[in-house]
Structure formats: structure tokens, C-alpha cells
Write a protein that binds this ligand. Structure first.
Ligand code: PEP
Length: 248
């Protein structure tokens, strides 16, 4: 029922020339994918990525979006601007933005509302730090972040939203959550969504993110509640990303 979704998060990588090379390599490698394929890229290469992937099965996303329509928000990029250059998805609340750029549950919510209002599919990131996991508060943290992100969002819009469960201790560290750990927390997140949206929670896709790569993707994707992956490092090489996309 839930179509798997594998999304790359390029973070602050790839100039225009590098983006062109990577996208051109990727197109033939993922053309028969069963999963939905998305690449979330820096603002400066969204237009390039959208142009090159036109007519293919690869969709393009941004890595953030402003919560306001326009105005005095130096450094921010609006939903209308992102739409104009061809983005359809947008990552919101990535742990790096929470950690380095002051993103909070409240700003994540405002950005998510704005993304939905403008027809984007938001990919909302949640997840605990190592200290939080060791302190036994993983579920409390995920509940707070999910309820915060979805505040005021109706059931129709909720089903257009993708949640990425990304334990912070597994991002860019080479440490992956085991299939059991990821499934356990993702099932918990689905129960939180069920508290908000009832049976419609079964339609909301929840990805795992955190050092997902060609060698662990199968084990993770076999789990009942894991509907895809948000892929950082392994999305920067066409061969690796395509192996994750074609995980079956
Ligand atoms: C991410 O940035 O969302 C991520 C999961 O990174 P990595 O795959 O490199 O851990």
C-alpha cells in the first residue's frame, strides 16, 4: 500500500558540474526502480537537477524551505522560488539544521505547513541523539518532535508528508541502527501518528535514515514499518545510491 521512497540528501555537496555528472550517471541506473526516487540537492543545483531529470522517474527536492511567503528573511528561500526551479519535495528539520542552525519543533512545524500549502511533499526528520538514546528517552523525543512537526496539520496533508526517522548517532557515522532498532522506533512513531490521525497513519510513509548503504538496505527495508530511506553519504555516488534504490 505504501510505495517505498528512497531519497538522497546531498547536503552541502556538488557544484553544478558535479551535479550534472552525478545525475547523468544515475538516470539509467535507477530507471526501473520500484521505489519512488528523489534527490534533495542544494538550492544552486535544483534547476540543473530538475532539467536533467525531466521525463525520468527521478524527482527533485530541496533541503529546506522558508516558512514565510516572501520578505525580509535574509538567507532564506521561499516555496514559490523552489517551485519555480522544479523542486517537488523538501527536507525539513534535518538534525544538522536542528544542531547548527537553531531549527526547533516550532520552526519545523511552520516550514512543514508552508511546504504543504505550496504543494510540496515535506520529508520531516526526527530522531534522538546518542545521549537521549542512552538516557532512555528515544520515544519521548520522537513523540515531541512528531507532534510538534504535525501541529495543526490536517489528515489529508499528513498523508502527503513523509517522516524520516534519523537517529542522530547514526548519521554520517557509519553506525546504522539495526533493523530491529529502526523498526521498533518507526513502529512507535507510527503509533504517535495514529494518535493524531487514527487509521490514516497506516498511509503515512516513514523512512529510516542514518548510514543506510548498499550492504544494509535490504535488512532495513524488509521491516514492516520501514517505507524507505533518507540517504546522505551513499547518495553522492551513483553506483551506491542506485544499489540502495534497487534494493530488492
Ligand atoms: C542524512 O543526512 O540524512 C543521512 C542519513 O546521512 P548518512 O546517510 O550519511 O548517514
Amino acid at each position: 500500500m505504501r510505495k517505498p521512497i528512497i531519497a538522497g540528501n546531498w547536503k552541502m555537496n556538488n557544484t553544478k558540474a558535479e551535479a550534472e555528472t552525478l545525475i547523468k550517471e544515475l538516470i539509467p541506473l535507477v530507471k526501473d526502480a520500484e521505489a519512488e526516487v528523489v534527490v534533495c540537492v542544494p538550492y544552486t543545483v535544483i534547476e540543473t537537477a530538475a532539467r536533467l531529470t525531466k521525463g525520468t522517474n527521478i524527482k527533485v527536492g530541496a533541503e529546506n524551505v522558508a516558512w514565510a511567503d516572501k520578505g525580509a528573511f535574509t538567507g532564506e528561500v521561499s516555496a514559490a522560488m523552489l517551485k519555480e526551479v522544479g523542486a517537488q519535495y523538501v527536507i525539513i528539520g534535518h538534525s544538522e539544521r536542528r544542531q547548527y542552525f537553531g531549527e526547533t519543533d516550532e520552526t519545523v512545524n511552520k516550514r512543514t505547513v508552508q511546504a504543504l500549502k505550496n504543494g510540496f511533499a515535506p520529508i520531516v526528520c526526527v530522531g534522538e541523539t546518542l545521549t537521549e538514546r542512552e538516557g532512555g528517552v528515544t520515544e519521548a523525543v520522537c513523540k515531541r518532535q512528531v507532534e510538534g512537526a504535525f501541529a495543526g496539520i490536517g489528515v489529508e496533508d499528513a498523508q502527503k508528508t513523509v517522516v524520516a526517522y534519523e537517529p542522530v548517532w547514526a548519521i554520517g557515522t557509519g553506525k546504522t541502527a539495526t533493523g530491529e532498532q529502526a523498526q521498533e522506533t518507526i513502529a512507535y512513531i507510527r503509533s504517535v501518528l495514529a494518535g493524531l490521525y487514527g487509521a490514516a497513519a497506516e498511509n503515512i510513509r516513514i523512512q529510516y535514515g542514518g548510514s543506510m548503504n548498499p550492504s544494509n538496505v535490504k535488512e532495513l527495508m524488509e521491516k514492516k514499518d520501514i517505507d524507505g530511506g533518507l540517504i546522505g553519504g551513499a547518495s553522492l555516488k551513483a553506483a551506491d545510491f542506485s544499489k540502495v534504490v534497487n534494493y530488492r
